[in-house]
Write a protein that binds this ligand. Sequence first.
Ligand code: HEM
Length: 504
Amino acid sequence: LYQLLPKDRSRPPVVWHWIPIFGSAASYGQDPIKFYRDCAEKYGNVFTFILLGRRVTVTLGIEGNNFVLGGKHTDLCAEDAYTPLTTPVFGKDVVYDCPNELLMEQKKFVKFGLRTENFRAYVGMIEEEVTGFMKNQDHFRVFQMNDINEWGSFDVLDVMSEITILTASRTLQGREVRDHITADYAEVFADLDGGFTPMHWLFPSLPLPSYRKRDIAHKKISDFYINIIRKRRESNVGLEEPDMISSLMDQKYRSGRALKDHEIAHIMIALLMAGQHTSSATGSWLLVHIADNPDVGEALYQEQVKHFRLPNGTWRTMEFEEIKDLPILDSVIRETLRMHPPIHSIMRKVRNDIPVPPTLGAPSENGTYIVPTGDFVWSSPAVSQLDPRVWKNANVWDPTRWSDPEGVAAAAGRAYENSEGPKVDFGFGLVSKGTESPYQPFGAGRHRCIGEQFAYLQLSTVVTTLIRQVELKLAGPLPDPNYQTLITLPKKPRNILYRRRKFD
Ligand code: HEM
């Protein structure tokens, strides 16, 4: 009944719900994108919904993205929004468990470890890991039998999750971590990962086994990194392969203080967690769509043949710089991230009452909505990336929209004229960096992802190494997205069929 009482007109409209506190949790949880669209139809691009006692104000569209991502961090705060989830998993004194100025310094340290010089070495390492995986893991049993006529099958998320952790460990995380990926380690990682769910964001500490396991796993993994750091400091031997731990060990805050061992350990855990599900989800959707579009698979393969196949039939490793000049690969990755951004909603918490620009939504011609202190504000790149007012055939996976007529269209044998491409100029580079863009799979502004270049390198190398060896086709219909997980993953069944390529 309280919803029928006269309201403060300066507050955004509240989504109608039957149960007070519980609010719209059920319809949001089932399919947040549908929920946002339905609400936008009823209330406009700014509305508030109740989620288990929290007030969440959603701002949609390009302006909504800009409102959240371009907001001042003193008004819209990321750490207040994320810390209940991230601090127990990443650990103390890093990322959102420290003042924002320190996070900005930590991001610079990490960027130093993600420099081009390191990336050059990573391509070969990733290729080696994927090739080894295909030779040795049961998922590729039919491939190992050398039979070019028989199709095998794998669960795409299982395969991409394993490959992502192996390749990230071998490159970013370093030799010691890679060599430690055993069944025991996988179990501890799974326990930590079990603490990275929407439920743990809503209820950061409960007397349940998954919470206890999360805390024990955090301690074990943190100690594991601290030991590596100590051993490296003691032995003082230079590394053959560059990695993130070594670059963090050399960094100093502006105050002149070096990073403490536990800070390095916790940054390493944060990078592991930030990259694992985002990249394995994207890699899975990539393979799903390539398998569903064999003409694009063939075009990708021919692009590899053209640039990297040697006259004797073997393959040359891609140079990091060359990856950016492969238009088919590039457009396939962009298009997958357009349709399946792994993070569908980006969150901040309001520290000071904040007015909403009237063009985004207003109670009356002269009025302004004010989002009150304590509300969460969320934007959703997933909504703007699928908006039919921005994208032609928004719900169709069509990489040709990103490329020039000589690119994917010609190679894939498709008519580029069928797809006008985006109606927004994204310029060059991987993606637009603006907070006003409708395309934000990596976020924008102050908290923009620092892993984009690494993810792009990792996904490119993983996919091309697979495509060089096998043809793919989808075993069933396109999988549905699972929104119950923090990252949008493909639901089961999600099997992909593969067959060893016949070399001419
Ligand atoms: C932040 C997406 C891979 C590290 C973000 C944000 C998005 C995102 C949307 C912004 C969150 C916000 O504004 O609240 C992705 C996607 C990836 C990916 C789609 C892969 C396809 C990675 C990788 C790493 C990484 C591989 C590490 C090597 C981070 C970190 C932040 C971040 C540390 C926090 C930045 C901050 O709050 O200032 N990512 N990410 N990400 N990402 Fe990524």
